[in-house]
Ligand binder design. Structure first.
Ligand code: PRX
Length: 660
């Protein structure tokens, strides 16, 4: 057992857990501190050694980090490699050819296994198919597919050719897909006919048809469709083609395109505080290195492990910890099409038992939902399943409340498994602050300490570090290989969003508020400091939802704020002024439903406001600015103690106080 060398005062500390301690990649806090020290003292040697050891390069790099155009940092820039080669071919050479790469469980429980050799063949066939259509390095492909082996094949096939993929979560609407197709300038779309979730078929191809019909997508030459359900789809014979038809007869070997380390591997859209979603652009070399390192450091991945990350490939977690990290480390991973509550709330635990999962990674929201559901139906409770093979548990996407942490630790981990509460973002490429199994003493609700090489700190608005115990802005002071490189097509927005001049222009601003423990220096991330909401671990901008609402012809004005929610962490609360008189009673309910459905259509069901309150107008300052902090207090049901002397129309507060 590693030493617990911290005095954590009143807080309860948990050791990393016996099952994770033996031979962990970073074993004990001394090893952790040594690595941190190495990274600090000799960053060049530190990263050079890791990039040489953990990636296969076609052309070795000579320079590690080029800072000449900061904050547009370049890593390993003169090296060449291929991400798909590192995920697949490398395993064929390492003796993993017959090892199961993916255990896929469909919504209905059907299980498909695919070995590294088979996966490699399938990726090569699709890559050859895409090549035969003329797709080449630098082209962009939108992927709009359900959780499936085919989704991984699609991403890997793009990577093999140097085609830049942009995966869009299947829960986003046609309009959101359209926005992304246009912004990224896609010439290829890979989608499925439908997806299955909780026994229901949800159309995907239809949304693509709708998106392409909106105009501005003329660059899209082909839509390749994976036949998942066989449901009816409309067909444009000149443009649409079945994925299996295109792959049929293609050779199962495909020479990878060797790309420069800085070649974009993918662009993934995420919400910011203003405007439309930003296309976060990741590199090939640095990103893949970070995926591999964090698989090894945070999940201590070993050849015998069965790894299961429940995230959808439409989010960054599904990129790094479903598509790239597990394969690049030769793991066997579980992939799941469905939802945790179908056919019952024991599905996760049943699957952990059936597939002998050893490392399990999910979102706090899922845990919170299952606590309730498992209590209500005892036969679905984790105690009813054999989970003795689990050794590491993880969470991601939002703060985990100590109660949920304890439940997870006791009932799923049986007090034997450490919980790695991993803090990171679409932009960071992989974990940046997280406990290490086998090293870090755990404190529920804290993501503990930065990974080696991550120079995280908490600063005030002027960029000065604040003392421990005092809240501030979370920043990372030195570049790391997995960081985003820019915002697709908008370098100025990249600079403004992440490297503000107020902080000196070269320090990464995460956009989260955080505090460090007075004694241990442990980090706790409190939440976003901007107008970004986190609902069930899904990130969305208040502005996006407001724009969607005001696009409805009956809406005059809208303001959206977050409100704490027991289950989803945060919930969307919208204040709406209609162009007609303020509705009340049943009419208000009817219009609220109409507007919720409207938002689902404009953005996607995940963005639906939980609560809509109608007013004659919104609380504004005399200069016309909406006073959001008042709206936040109202949403929480708090008494207004703030200064309202600058408010133009104080009477409005009473009207907006109550939920309709
Ligand atoms: O607010 C933080 C929260 O999720 C945001 C990043 O969201 P996204 O880019 O969608 O990536 C989610 C998956 C990596 C962060 O700015 N967040 C993520 N992980 C944690 C967290 N908040 C607290 N604790 C975490 N472990």
């Amino acid at each position: 057992m590693p030493n617990i060398e911290f005095d954590l005062g009143e807080k309860r500390v948990f050791p990393p857990g016996p099952r994770a301690v033996q031979g962990a990649a970073i074993s004990g806090m001394d090893a952790y501190h040594r690595l941190c020290e190495h990274a600090r003292r000799d960053p060049d040697g530190f990263w050079r050694g890791l990039a040489q050891e953990h990636l296969v390069w076609k052309t070795p790099f000579t320079e590690v980090l080029d800072e000449s155009d900061a904050p547009f940092y370049r890593w390993f820039a003169d090296g060449r490699l291929n991400a798909s080669y590192n995920c697949l071919d490398r395993n064929l050479e390492n003796g993993n050819a017959e090892k199961t790469a993916i255990v896929f469980e469909a919504d209905d429980g059907a299980v498909t296994r695919i070995t590294y050799r088979e996966l490699h063949q399938r990726v090569c066939r699709l890559a050859n198919g895409l090549r035969s259509l003329g797709y080449r390095k630098g082209d962009r492909a939108i992927i709009y597919m359900p959780m499936s082996i085919e989704a991984v094949v699609a991403m890997q096939a793009c990577a093999r050719l140097g085609v830049i993929h942009s995966v869009v979560f299947g829960g986003f609407s046609a309009k959101s897909v359209h926005e992304r197709i246009v912004d990224v300038g896609a010439s290829l779309v890979l989608c499925a006919d439908e997806q299955m979730r909780g026994g229901r078929a949800i159309p995907l191809k239809a949304a693509i048809d709708e998106a392409l019909a909106m105009g501005g997508c003329e660059a899209v030459r082909k839509v390749l469709v994976y036949r998942r359900t066989g449901g009816a789809v409309a067909w444009d014979a000149a443009r649409d083609e079945w994925l299996h038809d295109r792959m049929a007869g293609q050779a199962d070997q495909c020479e990878p395109e060797w790309v420069e380390a800085e070649h974009p591997l993918f662009v993934l859209y995420t919400s910011g505080s203003t405007g439309t979603p930003k296309g976060v652009q990741h590199s090939t070399g640095g990103y893949l290195l970070w995926a591999v390192l964090t698989m090894k450091w945070t999940f201590d991945i070993k050849p015998t492990d069965v790894f299961w990350c429940t995230a959808d490939v439409g989010w960054v977690t599904g990129h790094t910890y479903v598509c790239y990290g597990p394969l690049a480390t030769g793991a066997t991973e579980v992939m799941f099409e469905g939802v945790p509550t179908h056919p019952n709330a024991g599905r996760f635990w049943q699957m952990c038992q059936d597939h002998r999962v050893t490392v399990f990674y999910t979102a706090p929201t899922a845990i919170r939902a299952l606590i309730k559901a498992n209590d209500a139906a005892p036969e679905t409770h984790p105690s009813r399943f054999d989970l003795s093979q689990l050794r590491i548990l993880g969470t991601v996407g939002e703060p985990i409340n100590p109660e949920a942490w304890m439940w997870y630790y006791r009932n799923v981990g049986r007090e034997q498994c450490p919980i790695v509460d991993t803090f990171w973002q679409t932009e960071t490429g992989g974990h940046v602050i997280t406990p290490l199994p086998g090293a870090t003493p755990l404190v529920p609700g804290s993501c503990t300490l930065p990974l080696p090489g991550i120079d995280a700190a908490i600063v005030d608005e002027a960029g000065h570090e604040v003392p421990n115990g005092q809240g501030g802005l979370l920043v990372i002071r030195r570049p790391w290989p997995g960081m985003l490189r820019t915002i697709w097509g908008d370098p100025e927005r990249f600079r403004k969003s992440y490297y503000p001049v107020e902080l000196g222009g070269s320090i990464y601003l995460a956009g989260d508020g955080a505090v460090r423990d007075k004694v241990t220096g442990y980090f706790t991330v409190v939440g976003r400091i901007d107008d970004v909401l986190n609902v069930s671990g899904h990130r969305m901008g208040t502005m996006e939802i407001e724009s969607a609402l005001v696009a409805n012809p009956i809406v005059a004005e809208a303001a959206v704020v977050g409100k704490p929610d027991e289950l989803t962490g945060e919930a969307v609360c919208a204040y709406v002024v209609l162009k007609r008189a303020r509705p009340e009673g049943a009419e208000a309910d009817r219009i609220a439903k109409e507007l919720r459905d409207w938002v689902a259509k404009e953005i996607g069901p995940i963005a639906k406001p939980k609560e809509i309150r109608f007013g004659d107008n919104l609380p504004k300052t005399r200069s016309g600015k909406i006073m959001r902090r008042l709206l936040r207090s109202l949403a929480r049901g708090e008494d207004i103690r703030q200064d309202v002397s600058t408010l133009e129309n104080p009477a409005i507060l009473e009207q907006l106080r109550v939920a309709q």
